[in-house]
Design a protein around this ligand. Structure first.
Ligand SMILES: Cc1cc2nc3c(=O)[nH]c(=O)nc-3n(C[C@H](O)[C@H](O)[C@H](O)COP(=O)(O)OP(=O)(O)OC[C@H]3O[C@@H](n4cnc5c(N)ncnc54)[C@H](O)[C@@H]3O)c2cc1C
Length: 401
């Protein structure tokens, strides 16, 4: 088994690490204190620098201005970018745009690609993905209330969504709505491109998340679709293809997220070790001299390593054998890596004591915002249950000695 990282990936990761340390880490105190929207001018400048370095949009198609990295290469890049909350945004590969780019690239018509995909990859506009509903369980996505009804050359969309991340300031939403209510559950829904200036697209509010409303890209909106009328050309893929496309969107997205979480783990793990080595807790004694802290450090190091190897292996399997062959691995990494992230964040915060609770380090920001890792893109429990069912089905009727 060869764990060598290609020279190309190694060089890109080194360039990113240098840029993150020099250009983005110094911006973090501002990021923690000020609304995201106020940072846009300086971030725009950093984005220009990234484009000049030819590191823009690493996973996206080269014919639309991306670098076209493969999944394993991008996994390593996503880890490096995860070392700062600004990384993915400044390098043009942030969620939810990254997933929308994938869908548009795979299923968009030529016209949709020119109108929406090209400016999206270029970072001229942003988008959002609107699936989860206020009154329906997101964990069972076939239960959707939002409907799109055909009316001549248009569809008319009505529904109540929330947690549409980054809707504030987005140019368009990709909206999941039921078009074929009588079809089998997984063939009922379709996706639509809905420009956010369409009459009937009503952004009710940015939801306050653990005390923070956020703004612009760093926000999560509640949206009412009220007789929102879009031309039939805005249907993405075919009628009833919504869930097939959603699956397509989520597969690579899980690799991106999990490796971003590993990047966060690396960052807070370094903070934890450095604090333990510096904090005097008794005359001539550092916090790092305590065995309980040593045990936490050893456990976190092993957990991060395990999660990292699992995710890289899943990326390799998806890339070489396809998404279907990697179903087990994709479910496993989603809940495993999310829980490693929670554990490492919690330990790092504890080691920092009162400092950990303050906003003087990044730990409290990550602790607050990344709790959601166990909820979005499939809640822990659903991933565990579906993985267990698939494993158990392999034993059905078998006698094991
Ligand atoms: C920060 C954040 C960003 C998000 N961004 C987006 C976005 O951009 N677009 C979008 O459409 N959605 C987004 N979501 C929504 C997310 O996908 C849903 O919250 C998620 O699918 C869970 O749905 P729900 O909130 O309706 O929880 P519910 O379905 O009500 O589930 C509640 C809880 O029930 C338990 N549960 C559910 N099913 C089972 C089961 N089978 N067995 C055992 N226990 C179970 C789980 O513990 C779960 O957490 C985001 C959410 C968050 C928190």
């Amino acid at each position: 088994m060869d764990f060598t990282v290609s020279e190309k990936a190694q060089t890109i990761v080194e360039m990113i690490n240098e840029f993150v340390g020099k250009e983005l880490v110094p911006l973090e105190p501002e990021f923690s204190k000020r609304p995201f929207v106020e940072l846009l001018p300086v971030l725009q400048e950093k984005r220009r620098m990234v484009k000049q370095m030819e590191l823009w949009a690493p996973p996206h198609p080269p014919e639309y201005g991306g670098m076209g990295l493969d999944l394993v290469e991008f996994a390593l890049v996503s880890e490096a970018l995860g070392g700062t909350p600004l990384g993915h945004y400044v390098f043009g590969c942030q969620a939810p745009d990254a997933g929308n780019i994938e869908i548009l690239h795979l299923y968009g018509t030529e016209e949709q690609k020119e109108k929406y995909l090209r400016p999206l990859v270029n970072g001229d506009i942003r988008s959002c993905f609107s699936m989860t509903e206020v009154d329906m369980p997101g964990s069972n996505p076939v239960m959707l209330d939002t409907a799109a009804v055909k009316d001549g050359d248009h569809y008319v969309i009505n529904g109540h969504k929330w947690y549409t991340s980054s809707a504030d300031g987005a140019r368009f939403a990709i909206v999941m709505a039921v078009t074929n209510p009588e079809a089998p559950p997984y063939l009922r829904a379709s996706m639509f491109i809905v420009p956010t200036d369409t009459s009937g697209f009503n952004l009710v509010r940015n939801i306050s998340i653990m005390g923070h409303e956020g703004s612009d890209w760093a926000s999560h909106a509640e949206i009412l679709y009220q007789s929102c009328r879009v031309p039939k050309e805005n249907l993405l893929g075919g009628e009833g293809q919504g869930f097939v496309m959603a699956q397509e969107r989520l597969g690579p997205g899980r690799i991106h997220h999990c490796m971003r979480w590993i990047g966060i783990c690396n960052r807070v793990f370094a903070l934890m070790c450095s604090r333990a080595q510096k904090r005097v807790i008794a005359p001539d004694r550092m916090l790092s001299s305590r065995q309980i802290v040593q045990a936490w450090i050893a456990e976190c190091a092993a957990d991060i390593q395990a999660a990292r190897l699992m995710v890289l292996h899943a990326a390799w399997k998806m890339q070489s054998l396809g998404t279907k062959a990697a179903r087990h691995e994709i479910s496993m990494i989603k809940f495993f890596a999310a829980n490693v992230l929670q554990k490492v964040l919690d330990r790092a915060l504890q080691v920092h004591g009162g400092l950990g609770m303050s906003d003087d380090t990044l730990i409290s920001f990550y602790y607050r915002m990344e709790r959601a890792a166990r909820i979005y893109d499939g809640v822990d429990e659903v991933h565990k249950v579906s993985l267990a069912r698939r494993i158990l089905s392999e034993y059905e009727g078998k006698t094991v000695r």
